[in-house]
Ligand binder design. Structure first.
Ligand code: ADP
Ligand code: ADP
Ligand code: MG
Length: 641
């Protein structure tokens, strides 16, 4: 085993790797950017090395600086985590040339799976079923159109170098093909520097089922499947293992195909073979096709760990340090069921916009496995993936594990940034999902119902008023202090209420025209005669009530003079992100609805449009700029509307 390793990553996955390394007695070296000086992964590691500026290209993508840090600290091996340099074969070569060990597959294996077209061809040769389609060299539009017509619609156009759902277009009719091809090629060229695409049959009612594999460079085993069908725009939201409705025959067929794929490329370490599955008529051993292989540890690996009892990071370290595969195929079994939900800082009602903020309050339940890179008081910065945590549960049956996930999400307390927690809770209560009827279209079909921000309970708002008045603890619980007025108005950003303190452990709150009775008894808040699981938390950003649909009341800002005089003349960045393009220049006339700029945040592009007619007075941002939420981008002439 290694004495010391360097982790070339940040956030939850860096912390995850450090946990196992520590348990194995392996010392750890963290690397960090300017934005991550005070990050959790730096605090957890035995040593930490600064590698550059906050932008990934200035730090976590700088292979040279990372290899130098490993040399300077005497680390013997580098764990790449996921994302960043984890699937970069040139980095693997550089690590090896520096005399260090890359904890992962060989550069050659990564190269073979790096492009989707070459990977599909290789897999077809190895006898692994691949999605029917065209993955050849000829990229002429007329040729690709003819291929699509021959495959039969609907088809999917995919960037061969793609990832994260980018450069992908669903085409329903032949007449739509040419335009979709052009836009997919354009997006692929910008995002990956490679416009090449492949064409695939679009599988109806698709399910995404992937197999975890593990190789030692010659032989491979599989650690069963994960179902990642719950997706939004091709991004995974909740994952589970095993897959609902999986049969022993299909599992055996998929496992065999996945290990054959891994052995065909001499795979070493943890990897995932992703399959698309036709879910329209149950799971059948002839109804799955290879999509791609991810040559790294996957975000959702914890669900596999919980059902198999294997620590995949331990296996990675052991195999990379020269040990044989820690188990044979017949030693591996599945126990129970596991779920993982990805908790993000994002504004769901606003269209899942990534959010940022200082986590004024953060508390996770102790009845779930939590993978996180942040602590209370830490900041979700605009520089990196806004994932706050992965919440992972395990139970004897799928129903138990799913209820455990719902409970764990309800007991997750975050204040200081909006999150997708309510959306995740809504998913755990979705009747079809509860029945195991998953497919990649579920979220899109029921999006409105899932997103509908059900009005927070008025009783919970009343309880929050108590917190805002500073009566959460211990006054109302232990009795009333005499110097407090018995009857007062409490105001916050967006509302006000009248609070009356009635006596020890009793108060009355009137808001929005109705009056709520509040008491504290037996260790719980009672609202309007019913005991509640609600918890009041006062923190730097106001008062929150957790335990149902969370709500936060923010105190009035004494400096807020209200109303921004510039008003509609200014277009502000709605979120932190990268300015991809600016379409206007000073002096230009624009009409309401015209495109002004494109902002990219969290793998997605958002078009900013003019809110009224006018003349552009000033362009305050340029393509390539990294901007904060609220940054002014375009100013129109004041009153030329
Ligand atoms: P997985 O397939 O392991 O579940 P995802 O599909 O969510 O992972 O993401 C694919 C890859 O993109 C992962 O390696 C992930 O780390 C990476 N990734 C996700 N978000 C970002 C980001 N904002 N910037 C760079 N890489 C990212
Ligand atoms: P990425 O590299 O972006 O992860 P994938 O090829 O893995 O791209 O596909 C991502 C998602 O797109 C899948 O999980 C699935 O939801 C959908 N998808 C991909 N291929 C097909 C297909 N042939 N038919 C239907 N859906 C597909
Ligand atoms: Mg994929």
């Amino acid at each position: 085993m290694f004495q010391k390793i360097l982790i070339a990553n940040r956030g939850e996955i860096a912390c995850r790797v450090i946990d196992t390394a520590r348990r194995l007695g392996v010392r750890t070296v963290a690397v960090y950017s300017d934005a991550d000086r005070a990050a959790r992964h730096v605090a957890l590691a035995d040593e930490a090395v600064h590698i550059g500026g906050p932008a990934p290209r200035d730090s976590y993508l700088r292979g040279d600086a990372i290899i130098q840090a490993a040399r300077d600290t005497g680390a013997q091996a580098i764990h790449p985590g996921y994302g960043f340099l984890s699937e970069n074969p040139d980095f693997v070569d550089a690590v090896t040339q520096a005399g260090l060990i890359f904890i992962g597959p060989s550069a050659q294996a990564i190269r073979k799976m790096g492009l989707k077209d070459a990977a599909k061809a290789l897999m077809a040769d190895a006898g692994v079923p691949v999605v029917p389609g065209y993955h050849g060299e000829n990229q002429e539009a007329a040729h690709l159109q003819a291929q699509a017509d021959a495959i039969g619609y609907p088809v999917l156009i995919k960037a061969v170098a793609g990832g994260g759902g980018k450069g992908m277009r669903l085409v329903e009719r032949s007449s739509d093909f040419a335009a979709a091809l052009q836009s997919a090629q354009g997006e692929a060229a910008t995002a990956f520097g490679n416009p090449a695409v492949l064409i695939e049959k679009y599988i109806q009612q698709p399910r995404h089922i992937e197999m975890q594999v593990f190789g030692d460079g010659r032989r491979a085993v599989h650690l069963f499947e994960r179902d990642c069908s719950l997706q939004r725009r091709h991004q995974k939201v909740i994952e589970e293992a095993p897959a609902p409705g999986m049969t022993p025959e299909m599992r055996a067929a998929m496992g065999e195909a996945a290990t054959r794929a891994a052995e065909a490329i001499g795979y070493a370490g943890a990897g995932t073979v992703e399959f698309i599955v036709d879910g329209s008529d149950g799971l059948r051993p002839d109804g799955f096709w290879f999509m791609e292989m991810n040559t790294r540890l996957q975000v959702e690996h914890p669900v596999t760990e919980l059902v198999t009892g294997v620590d995949l990071v331990e296996w990675q370290l052991r195999v990379a340090s020269g040990e044989p595969l820690p188990a044979t195929q017949d030693q591996l079994t599945i126990q129970g069921h596991a779920f993982e939900a990805r908790l993000y800082a994002e504004d769901v009602p606003a269209g899942f916009l990534p959010a940022t903020g200082r986590l004024a309050h953060l508390r996770f339940p102790d009845h779930a496995r939590i993978e996180t890179g942040v602590r209370p008081g830490d900041t979700i910065s605009p520089w990196y993936d806004p994932m706050i945590a992965k919440i992972v549960t395990h139970g004897a049956t799928r129903a138990i594990a799913l209820r455990a996930l719902e409970a764990a999400l309800e007991d997750t307390e975050v204040a200081g940034s909006v999150t997708n927690v309510d959306f995740l809770i809504a998913l755990t209560r979705h009747a079809g999902f509860q029945r195991g009827e998953v497919d990649t279209g579920l979220i899109a079909r029921d999006r409105d119902a899932l997103v509908a921000a059900a009005e927070p309970d008025p009783g919970a708002r009343a309880l929050a008023v108590l917190g805002l008045a500073g009566l959460d603890d211990p006054t109302i619980r232990g009795g009333v202090t005499l110097w407090q007025p018995l009857h007062r108005t409490i105001a916050w950003q967006g509302g006000e209420a009248v609070l009356e303190v009635l006596g020890p452990g009793a108060a009355r709150v009137t808001l929005d025209g109705s009056t709520h009775q509040i008491g504290y008894e037996g260790g719980r808040w009672w609202v309007d005669g019913s005991p509640r699981r609600w918890r009041i938390v006062n923190h730097g950003a106001g008062t929150s009530v957790f335990g149902g649909r969370a709500l936060t009341l923010a105190p009035l800002d004494p400096l807020d003079r209200g109303g921004d005089e510039a008003g509609a003349a200014l277009t502000l960045s709605p979120m932190p992100g990268l300015v991809k393009a600016v379409f206007v220049s000073a002096g230009q006339q624009v009409a309401a609805g015209d495109r002004l700029a494109i902002l990219e945040a969290m793998k997605m592009e958002h078009t900013l449009t003019a809110t009224r007619d006018g003349t552009v007075a000033e362009v305050l941002a340029a393509a390539g700029d990294q901007v904060e939420a609220g940054a002014p981008l375009i100013r129109l002439e004041e009153d030329d509307g």
